[in-house]
Write a protein that binds this ligand. Structure first.
Ligand code: GDP
Ligand code: IMO
Ligand code: MG
Length: 433
């Protein structure tokens, strides 16, 4: 297979990490292109559980791991990840873009302060400094990895320190615990530990493509959290759609390859914002329990709801997701009937698109179609697509017809081996090894 972009089609946590680990065996390079340590990608391989925040998930299989210019990078988090991976016997082969922007401790402070300033309209961020760092990038005051390569001189960092500390003290009237000088000195020494990994990612990927090597692009967050196409302002601060694989690495849009969108058989959301199909009843509780729907990064319970096909079709369109991987099919086992949202009622009018305004989106009422559930879910490692319950296969074909995308993979459990390839798609030749 040529290059492939993996993106989330919902509000994140669709199982991107599991799928990227599964697929990465067949690629040479795995590249992250946006987001930062707000991401939490969990991979289960037998008894081992790996949790990734910034490191590309392909690291487990020893693949070349690339962090592109579109990522915002917290050096302490990445250093911890590298240490943990080494302790687990994995030695990362890492390249970090010299153009990637870095998250400093003061941007994390500002994330927290901005959230409390917003009161009722807070986003419920992961408090990792994501929004402030992307804002500072756009304001042209942020520091990039290339700015820290000289240990004795960094005018860009000095400027940032001055601007951020003034902002915190004057705008928020907040007194910092430690002196900003100490904080920045420690930040700079940590960032310098990454020096050996830093290089020109665009140039590297270009020459590897010329050499016939293949790239798996690993998206973070999900399309409904995208800064442009998501449920603004209750979104993250990066572009999480497939197009960002190009702008976030420097690989041309013509070379990023096909797009595989990941969605759960239902839908979840962490943080605040509109969620038409949210279930606040026993079924929602059951899904949360069976699906272990608690955030990897913050431990917060995820809000759970019926699959929203209007939102899925929208996400397929903006990503050009030719293929889908549907995850967590095992979690719906025993729930009957299942509901899927096929339109919204907006003040008496039936609509099949997502309104731009979050207030309006908060007022839509889902219109459901009922589908037959499955309860005889006993899938072993040797089982194939035809061994799945008939009602599950019908559920999948309903999704395909509605969303206008072909399902290539079904995930039926957290483990690498709990994965079923759909015959007749390019994914049929992947194995569970
Ligand atoms: P990501 O952010 O998209 O990588 O997703 P997360 O890792 O945050 O959340 C997905 C969670 O579901 C992880 O704990 C996975 O181990 C788990 N998971 C993935 N696929 C399946 C599946 O098909 N069934 C079940 N039961 N769990 C799954
Ligand atoms: P992965 O890659 C789920 C959500 C936060 C919050 C909003 C903004 O694991 O799917 P931020 O810290 O980015 O400024 O928070 O976005 N959010 C995620 N939700 N999965 C994620 O990543 C998320 N990354 C951010 O909960 O609502
Ligand atoms: Mg996650």
């Amino acid at each position: 297979m040529q290059n492939l972009v993996v993106v989330g089609l919902q509000w994140g946590d669709e199982g991107k990490g599991k799928l990227v680990d599964y697929l990465s065996e067949s690629f040479d390079i795995v590249a992250r292109f946006q987001g930062g340590s707000n991401a939490g990608h969990t991979v289960k391989v037998g008894d081992n559980i790996y949790k990734f925040r910034i490191m590309p998930t392909g690291a487990i299989r020893g693949k070349k791991s690339v962090i592109g210019n579109g990522v915002v990078l917290d050096p302490s988090v990445l250093l911890d990840e590298i240490t943990n991976l080494k302790a687990a016997g994995v030695k990362p082969d890492l390249l970090i873009s010299d153009r990637a922007h870095l998250i400093t401790p003061l941007q994390i402070e500002i994330d927290v302060l901005q959230e409390s300033e917003k009161g009722d309209r807070k986003v419920g961020t992961t408090k990792r400094g994501i929004g402030p760092t992307y804002s500072d990038k756009a304001s042209r005051i942020s520091v990039r990895s290339c700015d820290l390569m000289d240990p004795s001189d960094s005018p860009q960092l000095d400027q940032l320190e001055k601007i951020l500390s003034t902002r915190i003290e004057r705008l928020y009237e907040y007194e910092l615990d430690n002196s900003t000088q100490e904080t920045f000195a420690s930040f700079r020494s940590k960032a310098l530990l990454l020096k050996k990994y830093i290089g020109d990612v665009g140039e590297y990927l270009h020459s590897e493509i010329e050499n016939g090597k293949t790239i798996l692009f690993e998206g973070a967050q999900g399309s409904l959290l995208d800064i442009d196409h998501g449920t603004y302002p209750f979104v993250t601060s990066s572009s999480c759609v497939s197009a960002a694989a190009s702008s976030g690495t420097g690989v041309s849009p013509f070379q990023i390859g096909d797009v595989l969108g990941i969605c759960k058989a239902y839908i979840t959301r962490v943080g605040t914002g509109p969620f038409p199909t949210e279930l606040s009843d026993d079924v929602g509780e059951r899904i949360r329990k069976q699906g272990k729907e608690f955030g990897t990064v913050t431990g917060r319970p995820r809000r759970c709801g019926w699959l929203d096909l209007v939102a899925l079709r929208y996400a397929v369109r903006i990503n050009g997701a030719k293929f889908l991987a549907v995850t967590k099919n095992d979690v719906l086992n025993g729930i009957n009937p299942l509901k899927v949202c096929v339109a919204y009622n907006f003040h008496g009018e039936e609509i099949t698109t997502i309104p731009a305004s979050a207030t309006a989106y908060g007022e839509v009422i889902p219109i459901y179609e009922e589908l037959i559930g499955w309860s005889d879910f006993q899938i072993g490692p040797e089982d194939v697509y035809d061994d799945l319950p008939g009602s599950l296969r019908e559920y999948i074909s309903y999704i395909e017809n509605f969303a206008k995308s072909r399902v290539g993979i079904l995930s039926v459990g957290p483990d690498r081996t709990d994965t079923i390839q759909v015959p007749g798609t390019p994914f049929e030749k992947f194995t569970n090894a």
